[in-house]
Each structure stands twice: as C-alpha cells, then as structure tokens.
Design a protein around this ligand. Structure first.
Ligand code: FRU
Length: 515
C-alpha cells in the first residue's frame, strides 16, 4: 500500500471522504461488508474526469476512514454501460454461480444498452459474480435477468428478506420517469417475479433513481420495527437539483405501504417542506445503504455532488467525493417516525490535532473570531437564541468571506450560505443559500455537529433529524472559524472544535484496469 501522491495544487482533495485518485465518480454502488472489509463500488469513468464510460470503480476499507482504491471492478463494453446497482453475499449459493466452496458475491447492476446492442435504448438488470471476495468479477452469460423493455428501469437494490412471507431475495428498482419503485422477488437471483410497485408519492419534480428499502427499530425498540423506503430525485430536490426523499411504513414481503405520504405525486414547491428528505443540502445524492454491515448497523453513503453542476466542480483530475458514512436510526418526532442520522462513530477515531472547548459564549451582534487552522475538523455546538434574527458559525473563513451555517429562529430555518464560500464561479447554479425547516428543542436550543473537510461541509442538526450537505471550494488558507449574530444576540454553549490531522486518505496506486 502506498500513500496517495496528492498533487501540489490538489487543494480540495478530501481527507476523510473517499475520492477516486484521478477519475470521475458518481453514485455509490454495491455497498457491502464482507469478511471484515467494507467495499464501496461506484459509478466511475475509468478514462476521464466527467461522466461517461460508466463502469463500477471499487474501493475498500477496514475502518471507514482510510480507503484503498482497487482496480475497476466491472468495466463497460461496446454493448453496455454498467449503471448503478447492489451486491449481495449469496451465502447458500442460491444463484448457482459459486464454486460450491466459497459464497459468491453477486452484483445486480443495470445494463444501459448502447447503440451497438440489439437492446439499444433500454435498461435491464444483469448479474456479475465474484469468487475472490469482490476483486474480480465475471458477467453472467444469461444477462439480462430482468427486462421490462423499458428505457428507464434501473438501479436495483437487492437484499435478503426473512419475514412472515418467507425467505427470499427482494429487489427494489425504479421506473424513473413514472416515479415508481418496482419490487420483485427471487429464489435464485436469476428468475425474478413482480410483487408490487410504490409511487408516485410526495416529491415527483424529477426522475426517481437509486431506491433502497430497509427495516429499522423505532426508538430502538426491536418490537416496533418499521421499514424505510429511500429514493433519489433529480432535479427538484429541496434546494434545487439533486436530492433524496424517504418514506416510513411497512413492508410485508410483497408491498411497501407508507405512513408518511403527503401527496400522491403532484409535487409543488410549497409542499417540499412537508416531505421527508434524506438531506436538505445540494450535495447528497444517490444515497444507498450497505448490505451485511456488522452489528445490524444501517450505514448509508451518498454521492457528494449535484447533477446541476457536478461536471464543473473545480477539482482535477478526480471529480466528486463520497459523503461521510452515516448511521441511520428511526425516532418518533411529533408523533411521526423520522430518520435520525449521525456520522459513523469511526470518524471520531480520526487523529485529532487539537480539541478546544468553550462552555458558554455570549454572541453579541456581529462576527467574533474564534480561531484559525480548521481546514478539516468537527464542530459541535448548542445555540440558544436571545434577540437575534440569525446566528451561527462561519467556517473556512478569512475575516470577510466564509461559509455560514446558521439558524433563523423566527423563520424556523437552518441555513447554509455558500455564496461567499470561495470559488463559486464555475457554475451559475452553485452559489446558494440553502435552507431547511428546523424546530428548537424543548428548551429552545439548537444543536449542530458540523464536519468540515477540504471541499465539503456536512451539518447534522437536532440529533441528525435535519442534515445539510454542501460542497465548498475555499482558498486553502481560509481556515478561520467565527461565531456570528445578526439583529440581536445569542448564546453558544458546549462549543467543541476538533481539528483533524491532514493525513490524506491512502489510495493504492496506480489505479489500473485489470487485464
Ligand atoms: C443516478 C444515476 C442512476 C444511474 C447512474 C448512471 O445518479 O442517474 O440512475 O444508474 O446515475 O451513472
């Protein structure tokens, strides 16, 4: 394993987020934990820094902090691009693809057929398998295994269902333009039977992509398990462009029924606040969860970018980081089930350079410099409004510019303002003030945990019930953090700033195609 050779001018290379060494990536695919290793595959252009030649790139980690880039796992060819999908561990070799000795890993991916294919213009689901723990892959001869003769049938997430209806494989995929999640079952991963569909519902302003369906105990009570259906929407996310929504309800092995549907699919801008979003920021898309994560953890990863401007972000030769790995739970809030998310605890094991704490600070109107040198770090803080109209943090600042993460208590909004965050010029749609509805805790306070990496900020507010993720491209020297208040005063308590060491995540070198 060799250390990543970061270009001298590679000022945005993330420290604790995965990025491919020198190529384009988008959706996370085939997230699976197998024999002590987390595998992240992803939509990858092995030959360039923009979308194209879609193949499955691959990275591995034992601790979620350090990622090793592996050779491309499944390469596109003249007939098909390899679009998004998932991986299962076929423990009992139900597919018959294994050698009888070791359980094969089976990838279920979307074949996006090219002009040279007799199936051109359609998308169908195909298999590939690996007998060496996920490093080399062979396509199944009988592909595709599920074809609806549709141009927009994609992104299969397959998992093992064990419930009252039996034990079998379940696939959720989308008919993207119809705003439908379609659900299938299989005994052997090769023959699939239609079960049901879900949608349109809630946000339908863009295509539906990359669904996931998983159980979670409500308020930690295994006796009260509910199912969460997540899916991604592009465009027309809550702050524009790509976004992800979720529904909570019940899955009986055949159909998903939602308790949280507000509208059967006539999405209006005014309704967006009423829907449940995986993230309110602009840069969290195509999120899916790991299969077989240890200890029953439900760990999710999203693509930290947005289709609106994704190809223009000023990083090179790599483009797009993955989000933090997030651990999901389900809590009751105002009588309804709601996802709560937090960064995986592993991030707290990251080498801190220093930790500063302030038990209580009064924030008079204005900007108050707290410290410098926080290019990469974690800020935890609880705010209480006094007379202020807006208050919060300015990160990656230089005295005048910076990214604001604030609360507008009178409007009940969390905001991230990146209009003066650094380089915003590369695309008209990038600079923005993004907002999310937020309610104070019963004591009137707002608690935020903010993860800052070299080109991103991820905000987990009110125990992770509201999250907001955004890319930023500040000057490397802009590392100040400040508190600010407008229109009056506020209080910050339990403020903790952890500076993280700038150790680059290591990546195996070079990124080579096998064969
Ligand atoms: C989502 C998506 C998927 C598709 C993939 C292609 O970002 O459009 O629906 O499988 O990207 O790269």
């Amino acid at each position: 394993m060799t250390a990543l050779s970061v270009h001298d001018d590679d000022i945005f290379r993330p420290v604790f987020h995965y990025s491919a060494k020198n190529t384009w990536l988008n959706d996370p695919n085939g997230l699976v934990h197998h024999e002590g290793i987390y595998h992240v595959y992803y939509q990858n252009n092995p030959f360039g820094s923009v979308w194209g030649n879609m193949s499955w790139g691959h990275a591995t980690s034992t601790d979620l902090l350090h990622w090793d880039e592996q050779p491309v796992a499944i390469l596109c060819d003249a007939e098909e691009d390899i679009f998004s999908g998932s991986i299962v561990i076929d423990e009992y070799n139900t597919s018959g693809l294994g050698d009888g000795q070791t359980a094969p890993l089976v990838a279920i991916y979307t074949s996006a057929y090219k002009d040279s294919s007799v199936r051109r213009g359609t998308q169908a689901q195909s298999l590939a398998w690996s007998s060496d723990g996920g490093y080399t892959w062979t396509k199944y001869q009988g592909n595709p295994v599920l074809d609806r003769n549709s141009a927009d049938f994609r992104d299969p997430k397959v998992f093992r269902y064990n419930g009252l209806s039996g034990s079998y494989w379940v696939m959720v995929a989308v008919e993207a333009n119809e705003h439908k999640v379609v659900i299938y079952s299989s005994e052997n991963l090769r023959d699939w039977h239609y079960l049901s569909s879900f949608g349109p519902a809630n946000a339908t302003g863009g295509v539906w992509e990359c669904p996931d369906l998983f159980p979670l105990p409500l308020d930690g009570d295994e006796g009260q398990t509910k199912w969460v259906l997540t899916l991604n929407l592009n465009p027309a996310g809550p702050n524009g462009g790509s976004g992800g929504q979720y529904f909570v309800g019940h899955f009986n092995g055949v159909a998903f029924t939602s308790e949280t549907t507000v509208t059967q699919g006539i999405s209006k801008r005014a309704d967006l606040d009423a829907y449940q979003w995986l993230d309110w920021g602009r840069d969290y898309y195509a999120a899916v969860s790991f299969n077989n994560a240890p200890d029953g953890r439900r760990l999710m990863v999203g693509w930290m970018n947005n289709w609106q401007y994704g190809a223009a972000i000023p990083t090179w030769p790599w483009r797009s980081p993955m989000s933090l790995v997030r651990e999901m739970s389900l809590v009751t809030d105002q009588g309804r089930p709601r996802l709560a998310q937090r960064a995986a605890d592993e991030y707290l094991a990251h080498n801190p350079e220093s930790v500063d704490t302030w038990p209580g600070l009064a924030i008079a109107e204005g900007i108050h410099h707290l410290g410098a040198g926080v290019a990469v770090g974690i800020i935890e803080v609880t705010f209480t409004p006094d007379s202020a109209e807006e208050f919060g943090l300015i990160i990656r600042g230089n005295g005048s510019d910076g990214t604001r993460i604030g609360i507008r208590p009178l409007e009940n909004r969390l905001i991230t303002d990146r209009t003066r965050s650094g380089d915003t010029e590369f695309h008209d749609a990038f600079a923005s003030v993004d907002t999310a509805p937020i309610r104070p805790a019963s004591d009137g306070s707002y608690t935020l945990t903010v993860f800052i990496d070299r080109c991103s900020v991820e905000v987990f507010a009110q125990n992770g019930q509201v999250t907001m993720t955004g890319l930023i491209f500040p000057e490397p020297d802009n590392t100040d953090i400040s508190l600010y208040s407008e229109g009056g005063s506020a209080t910050a308590s339990c403020l903790k700033v952890t500076r993280l060491a700038e150790l680059p995540a290591h990546v195996t070198e070079p990124m080579l195609l096998r064969g």
